[in-house]
Design a binder for this molecule. Sequence first.
Ligand code: ZN
Length: 161
Amino acid sequence: MTATTVTDGQVVSLEYTLRVDGKVVDTSEGGEPLEYLHGAANIIPGLEREMDGMVVGESKTVVIAASDGYGEMDEEAFIEVPRSEFPDDMPLKPGLEMELSGPEGQPMYARVESMEGETVVLNMNHPLAGKELHFDVKVVNLRDATDEEMDHGHAHGAHHH
Ligand code: ZN
């Protein structure tokens, strides 16, 4: 039987809007609700904790500290790279965002923090690191996760990869 409150092992359909510094940075509005498996660390820890025990139809505004969201800004995540390691035609300037390949070929996000002569300083922090997150959330559906979903540790929706 499907639980009526958000508990571990439930697939939660969630409408959400995320604001940072008063600006909307992500929202499900105009699209499909987000589906995630509760209790499987599919979403940021602070939000998952606040979702616990919510009922279908319930809305809530949640403020999450950086440490419970995308983490604090990590000073170690700034790296210096010689200009010559970038393609000549790359329009390097502060704020430019790029995707790099990590040691195992995994995509890693970076943005140019500053340029000092022939040195480019890259900021590898998540773009929302160090930010307080303001979520408006609404639970629109709940269902039991399938055995396969529990096995995989994530929800299988229309957009399953
Ligand atoms: Zn899967």
